[in-house]
Design a protein around this ligand. Structure first.
Ligand code: 3HC
Length: 692
């Protein structure tokens, strides 16, 4: 029997299967909710039916509410109503779960009286990552099943647990190894024959008792997550809701959860985080590239240069089981590079992130060499030498003679012209940029730089490869600094100017940290090293940075830069000597210093990023505004609860953004020339999100 297009009711003797089929992830959209609601009512009324199983087709049990429905008028029945009906059903309801049972999906399973899981199932409540709390009883039911501490950890982190841990925690009643449906059916018949009482999670209380006697637990938990949740609203709401589960009767707790959920779902943080969820999934959708675009097989890789970047890039391939030939110019550099890689793996093993035996296995996948000819059999070669155009051109010209006809040749340049590098080969269609971010073995972001002649096949292969090596790819075009660094340069210029005009590095950094960045521009300079790109012979003391380098203040690594550092510490300490140095420098350059407001710092450090992003979009360097947001959230520490610079501009209004930019243009000149696209969108009353 069919209840609707996505939910089927299958009756056999004393059993009913409610089968959901709503690809791709069985999200609990309106039709699914209605189908379950009607199915439970039907089964409850049918005297022949003794037991009900809810099961899903496809790759997963329900992976949550349908995120696309948020922000639209709610349609009855809501998920809460559906789960109430399951909870109150007088006949046992079993959730047969597999895949990733997440959010509303896990809440549905928790409202059932029993849960049977396939051994490979992962379970979690990831709502916090969308700026939300579980809004269909998850905060009230989960602690009643797994205890308060585990529930707090799961709900505030959104992390998934595997089936074995779930069984141990009481989250599932039985694990099935192969055939979920058969296992669930057998479990159902056992329940009937044993006449097992229904377990209504809403009526359980015993696992809440220890927390009721220990109210300090919540304060301690809040403190333990404070650093990693700074700036986010949802984690505190999660804690409050679990606190309500402990201190209020179930129904009252449920209403409290609902109130918090409504507040968050209509707020700007959740809107930003939901936007970001889809933004990440958009990046791989490239006009002209489809599933039918052919790809090349990447079984062997080569990396030229065993420095920090080359070493990190090598680790990405090795971690995915792809052997790498690592090329250096001297044995000393090669040994140093290999030692750093080994040290990184040893640290991971010491932290329990990998087995000690795996360290050897990973190292065995790397072949160090001093001969570039040894890359001849690689399917992809990535050049990661220092930023020098002549050197890069020479390398690509040599690679052209060494590599096979189908080999992809990539440069890891952060700024340079990939078209000019490609032109040094006889097959520019096989050349592109793969801009990894540092540390390359940790950062997920990968800018894929599509050069003028890069073929679709090479691009499609790079996108597939990025997924394989666990990177988040964003395709951009060729220009100086590509998308991310080109936008970043704008903030750098304004931050440097602000301290000359009278703001202190500590003030600029604090404003940026309060905005949500993990650190401000000057602490970041110190972390990266002020001497990046600086040479003593060429230094003329024409900028503060040059003067600091000349003084040997190179940043954290030398114990001082814009700040000072105690030995072994990374905590920046404000230095009066620097404040004086900046004042003297400004005087020398006849720059009038004044008091600068925090608001001006925000506007001058943030708005030029947006303006440059708009120029990048109008030039076609990026395909969509959300790609730029993904770059900034992943590569530059932009707080995800503000969506990204382009989304942020949409939030404050493009008309306001343009007006502010024009104001600074009048004061500061043509660095602030508004992007034509920004003016066009304002004239049309559109947002960056509307640009197709
Ligand atoms: N709602 C709407 N669409 C969803 C969705 C959801 N909950 N989950 C995934 N999708 C869509 C994706 O946008 C994507 O669409 P596309 O093909 O058009 O780009 C498609 O489903 C496949 O998703 P992925 O590309 O992410 O596939 P993966 O296999 O890599 O991952 C997943 C699958 C682990 C389920 C991942 O999609 C995911 O984490 N989804 C979100 C889970 C989530 O946050 N659930 C909570 C929702 S909020 C909630 O339940 C509130 C409740 O408490 C009331």
């Amino acid at each position: 029997m069919t209840t609707n297009t996505v939910v089927r009711l299958e009756k056999e003797n004393n059993l009913v299967l409610i089968r959901i089929n709503n690809p791709p992830v069985n999200a609990l959209g309106h039709a699914v909710r209605q189908g379950i609601y009607d199915g439970i009512a039907d089964a409850a009324d049918d005297d022949q039916v003794k037991v009900i199983i809810i099961i899903c087709e496809g790759r997963t049990f329900c992976a949550g509410a349908d995120i696309k429905e948020f922000g639209k008028p709610p349609q009855s029945p809501g998920l809460g109503e559906v789960l109430e009906r399951i909870d109150a059903c007088p006949k046992p309801v079993i959730a047969a779960i597999h895949g990733t049972t997440l959010g509303g999906g896990l809440e549905t399973a928790l409202a059932c009286h029993f849960r049977v899981a396939l051994a490979s199932t992962k379970m979690g409540l990831p709502e916090v990552k969308l700026g939300l709390i579980p809004g269909a009883g998850g905060t009230q039911r989960l602690p009643r099943v797994v205890g308060v501490k585990t529930a707090l950890e799961m709900i505030t982190s959104g992390k998934q647990v595997n089936a074995t841990d779930a069984l141990e925690a009481g989250l599932v009643d039985k694990i099935v190894n192969e055939d979920l449906e058969a296992g669930a059916r057998a479990f159902a018949q056992a329940i009937i024959s044993e006449d097992r009482p229904l377990i209504q999670v809403s009526r359980l209380d015993d696992k809440l008792l220890p927390a009721r006697d220990n109210p300090g637990l919540f304060e301690a938990f809040r403190q333990s997550i404070a650093a990693r949740t700074r700036g986010f609203e949802a984690p505190e709401a999660c804690v409050k809701a679990v606190e309500a589960a402990v201190n209020m009767p179930f129904e009252q707790g449920l209403a409290f959860e609902q109130g918090l959920f409504r507040e968050l779902v209509t707020g700007t943080q959740s809107a930003a985080q939901r936007y970001y969820f889809f933004a990440e999934r958009q990046t791989a959708k490239i006009p002209g590239i489809s599933k039918d675009t052919g790809t090349l097989d990447i079984r062997k890789a080569a990396v030229i240069g065993a420095g920090t970047m080359g070493g990190g890039i090598t680790m990405n391939f090795v971690n995915a089981g792809i052997p790498v030939t690592l090329v250096e110019t001297t044995q000393e550099f090669l040994d140093r590079g290999l030692n750093v890689i080994r040290k990184n793996y040893d640290i991971s093993a010491a932290r329990g992130k990998m087995k000690t035996a795996d360290v050897e296995q990973c190292m065995a996948l790397i072949t160090g060499t001093l001969s570039m000819e040894d890359v001849a059999r690689a399917d992809i070669v990535i050049e990661a030498v220092y930023e020098n155009m002549d050197l890069k051109k020479e390398i690509f010209s040599r690679l052209d003679h060494i590599c096979g006809p189908e080999t992809i040749m990539a440069t890891n340049t952060s700024y340079l012209d990939v078209n000019a590098i490609a032109a040094k080969t006889s097959r520019p269609e096989h050349v592109l940029g793969l801009h990894f971010f540092s540390p390359a073995n940790v950062m997920r972001l990968l800018e894929i730089v599509r050069a003028e002649k890069t073929s679709q096949k090479v691009l499609a292969t790079s996108l597939a490869l990025a997924k394989k090596i666990n990177k988040l790819p964003v395709v951009v075009g060729v220009c100086y600094g590509f998308a991310g660094n080109r936008m970043f340069a704008q903030r750098k210029r304004e931050a440097d100017a602000l301290v000359l005009e009278g703001a202190l590095p500590t003030q600029v950094d604090k404003v940026m940290v309060d905005f949500g960045f993990p650190m401000g521009p000057f602490a970041l300079y110190d972390l990266i090293g002020l001497d990046l790109g600086w040479r003593r012979e060429a230094s003329t003391g024409s900028t503060i940075k040059e003067r600091l380098c000349e003084m040997g203040r190179l940043g954290q690594k030398s114990g001082s830069g814009y700040y000072t550092y105690k030995p072994g510490s990374r905590t920046p300490i404000a230095d009066p000597e620097i404040e004086q140095l900046i004042k003297d420098f400004a005087q020398e350059k006849h720059i009038h210093q004044r008091e600068i407001s925090d608001q001006e710092i925000i506007e001058r450090c943030i708005y030029p990023i947006i303006n440059e992003g708009a120029k990048i979009l109008e030039e076609g360097i990026a395909a969509r505004a959300s790609d730029l947001d993904v770059i900034w959230v992943n590569g530059y520490g932009w707080p995800v609860y503000r969506g990204g610079p382009m989304f942020y501009a949409d939030t404050i209004g493009l008309d306001n953004t343009l007006e502010t930019i024009k104001g600074y243009q009048a004061r500061l000149g043509n660095d602030w020339q508004p992007a034509a696209l920004l003016e066009k969108l304002v004239a049309r009353g559109q947002r960056f999100q509307d640009v197709e």
